[in-house]
Ligand binder design. Sequence first.
Ligand SMILES: [Zn+2]
Length: 399
Amino acid sequence: MGWLGLDDTDSLEQGCTTYTFHQLLEGLPSSVQVQTPRLVRLWPFAQQRTRGNAAVAVELITDDEPQLIEYLEHFWNMNISDLAGRVSKSEHDGRAQHPSDPGMVWFSSQRPDDSFYLDSVRREVSLHDVPPASYSWGGLGRIGATAAVSWREGKPTWEAIVWRSQERHGQNERRVCESTLKQIDALPSTFLSRDPRRGTSLIAPRGPCPVLFGVRARDAETAKFAGSALREAEETEESIAMRVFVTNQATDDHLGEPIQTTVLSTSVLGRGSTCIATEHGSWMAFGESGPVKLLAQWLEAGDVILGNGLFPETGVMHLEKLRLIAAVPLHERPMCLDCNVRMKSMGSGQGCRCPKCRVRTDDKWIELPRIPPYPSWVQPPLDARRHLAKPVEWNNDTN
Ligand SMILES: [Zn+2]
């Protein structure tokens, strides 16, 4: 037995790592036993990232390793090596797209420990850092392929991926039954299926990729049930196959422990993006981060906050989660109890006076608590969240 990993076989115009992997698994010699395939999301800021920034892996059990290696070699030469260097212009987000540089690895007996996985999900790693495999093919894709192999599952989630029939690859429109999707979205174990705010589907990729949809769930059985129900729904277009992947999506594996700090100042930049200067560097809440941005804009110097996110540049955290711990109170002049009007200062050391009945008091301030817009953790709305981000609602779960 051993571990197979594959990454970076996609370009925007065609192909998708999960589909190439599915084809590879379909053609395996019959003596090979296939365990649960895994879909692993990696460091979102990787310089050479491809579209979904996901790699795949699987444990394979066989008594005939030479036969398996021969098959892998053949599959690589026939189906993958040819993809190297393909690049296409991104029409979606204007992001620079790198030529794909696929990689495949086979670890015969022992796989690397999960420190390589954690590095690959939390920071930029180079090909130089990749632990050597028993057999390896290709280039940069070996990074993600090895990370996917070295991931230990912990508390994973699952995704049932369904691929479109061959003749529909390359087309942008997808037909997925809307009413079945609503029912699936209502199941307690599924997540990120539908955006309730916009009423839009979150399961189908945009663009011409071979994936028809992917349904995410917190247990394998629900993923399988939901994927099958949606696939078989009358309104859903033809598909060729489905596989349930175990994944590191919604695990927060990319994040370290939250950091507690004190706010020094805040400044609102373009499109509502807000920079919080803190005792622990700058924390950025971006325009699309919804509640995170709104809470950031509400903060005042002296507030104590807890935050978590990634550090794509030194000293700057891109906030993914934010929580207020303690807010400095508001200082105001007292009210005149007779008139219910706020008193005014008469000048330094002169006391306060009611502007209406002119009654005087000492020169004093009263403290009023500030009520935050959100009492607990906040995170970006569903459609602006990273695949890796664990919903904050799961924080109190015991399982
Ligand atoms: Zn008064």
